[in-house]
Ligand binder design. Structure first.
Ligand code: UDP
Length: 430
């Protein structure tokens, strides 16, 4: 068996009064219809990045709703994860060649992972390209298969896409964040569009008392009496960390005591992150106003929460982006955001809501400076951003989209009787 990620329990009823009632009621109605259905989510890493963030909340909530749900992690060695990271980048349009050896390594790991799958599930949801070949190589295991693509695959590198495309023909349905992300000649027709969402009750997003948030940041050396701008991201070239540093330096020419925090996590399946981390360290060496933090020194959810709550402006200068959960996370705290006009970011910040979208280092610097110099406007943008997130990007809305998809697949082809087996994990909260 593959490694199972153990998660605690969550109570869906706790979202009443936070997320819109209509969404909560519809989730409960659909969950009742689908009660006992068994789902498996498969991805490459239990931490770091948006996918693990989504599953950490979504999986226990589905169990609470009576949808029996597991989360398993595929296995791979360093060579495999180097290839899958290059594949991920290539699917977002980066150049790169895949040798016969690369392909053979990918296939061998996929075959091995597929051999560890059990046939206990009605639905298997595969996240991103790392485990994408499993149903083709290992058989369907009696399940419906859904490929959930979290990245921008609108203009994939042709060689990478031709390699991956045949494996996707084995799926029953696919989910993308935006219709524009569907790659050319996608092999199946059942496609759903779901945007990701944040969990307002997780330690990362709950409301921290302001003095506690200040203590958290002071303890790690941030001067909370000085202005602060922050980018929180995996260390990844698509998040343009060097562009953030360049924009910050332009703003600091006007606001000399401005601090920048670059908070980043290094993930298991992300060897490239280490190179980017070194580039950031080199670019910021000897600058006492720039703080670089990683999960490796214990900067976790509470620190991320405090940075998002207390920064004057949060930056997310992505060049390519699937969705960018960090944008909704910052907006949920009422903090204005300056972000790259990429992927799912504009969905979160429609005109005049949440902050300013930018296309270059210069625009980024101008926007940050403008918000720092106009705090009332910045506050107003942040407040509107929070309401937009409440309506569209909290986890109950994501569960609703997901249950609607399962419901439509069951409707197309009813499950065999075992598919509505007795719930063996948990029962819904009252
Ligand atoms: N994150 C974190 N610590 C870090 C950097 C990122 O906890 O040092 C989290 C961040 O808060 C967000 C997720 O990782 O929840 C990143 O998701 P996003 O969709 O923004 O980007 P992805 O990494 O999936 O490209």
């Amino acid at each position: 068996m593959l490694d199972l990620v153990d998660l605690g329990k969550r109570s869906f009823s706790a979202y009443r009064g936070i997320a819109p009632d209509a969404q909560l009621d519809e989730v409960l109605r659909l969950a009742e219809r689908l009660r006992g259905v068994r789902c498996l989510h498969l991805n490459a890493t239990p931490y770091g990045g948006g996918v693990s963030e989504l599953l950490r909340s979504g999986v226990p909530l589905l169990n609470d709703l009576g949808i029996v749900t597991d989360w398993q992690i595929i296995r791979g060695d360093e060579a495999f994860f180097h290839i899958t990271k290059r594949l991920h980048n290539a699917l977002q349009g980066a150049p790169g060649e895949f040798s016969e050896l690369d392909k053979a390594t990918y296939l061998a790991h996929s075959q091995l992972n597929a051999s560890h799958l059990s046939d206990d599930y009605d639905f298997i949801i595969v996240h991103d390209p790392q485990p994408a070949a499993l149903p083709m190589l290992g058989g369907r295991k009696g399940a419906r298969w859904i490929w959930r693509c979290h990245i921008d695959t609108s203009r994939p590198n042709p060689q990478a896409w031709e390699f991956l495309r045949p494996f996707l023909g084995a799926y029953d349905a696919a989910i993308f964040t935006l219709p524009e992300f569907i790659p050319p000649r996608f092999p199946i027709s059942h496609i759903a569009i779901h945007s990701p969402a944040i969990d307002p009750l997780s330690p990362k997003n709950l409301t921290l008392p302001e003095d506690l948030a200040r203590h958290v940041l002071s303890w790690i050396g941030v001067r909370t009496t000085r202005p602060l701008v922050t980018q929180i991201s995996r260390f990844d070239p698509w998040k343009d960390p060097l562009g953030v540093i360049a924009a910050y330096r332009k703003v600091r020419a006007h606001i000399p005591n401005l601090q920048l925090a670059m908070v980043g996590s290094l993930a298991l399946d992300d060897p490239e992150g280490w190179d980017v981390y070194r580039q950031i360290r080199d670019a910021t060496a000897n600058d006492n106003f720039i703080h670089v933090f990683t999960n490796l020194v214990g900067v976790g959810n509470i620190e991320v929460n405090a940075f998002q709550a207390l920064s004057d402006v949060v930056i997310q200068k992505s060049i390519r982006e699937g969705f960018g959960l960090v944008v909704s996370e910052a907006l949920w705290k009422g903090t204005p955001v300056v972000a790259g006009r990429a992927g799912g970011i504009p969905l979160q910040m429609p005109e005049g809501t949440g902050g300013i979208l930018v296309d270059s280092v210069e625009e980024c610097a101008e926007a940050v400076l403008h918000l720092l110099q106009h705090p009332q406007e910045a506050q107003c943008l942040g407040e509107q951003g929070r309401e937009h997130v409440r309506q569209h990007f909290l986890v109950p809305r994501l569960l609703l989209d997901f249950l609607r998809l399962l419901d439509s697949l069951v409707h197309e082809k009813p499950l065999a009787p075992r598919g509505l087996a007795v719930v063996h994990h948990s029962s819904p909260s009252p």
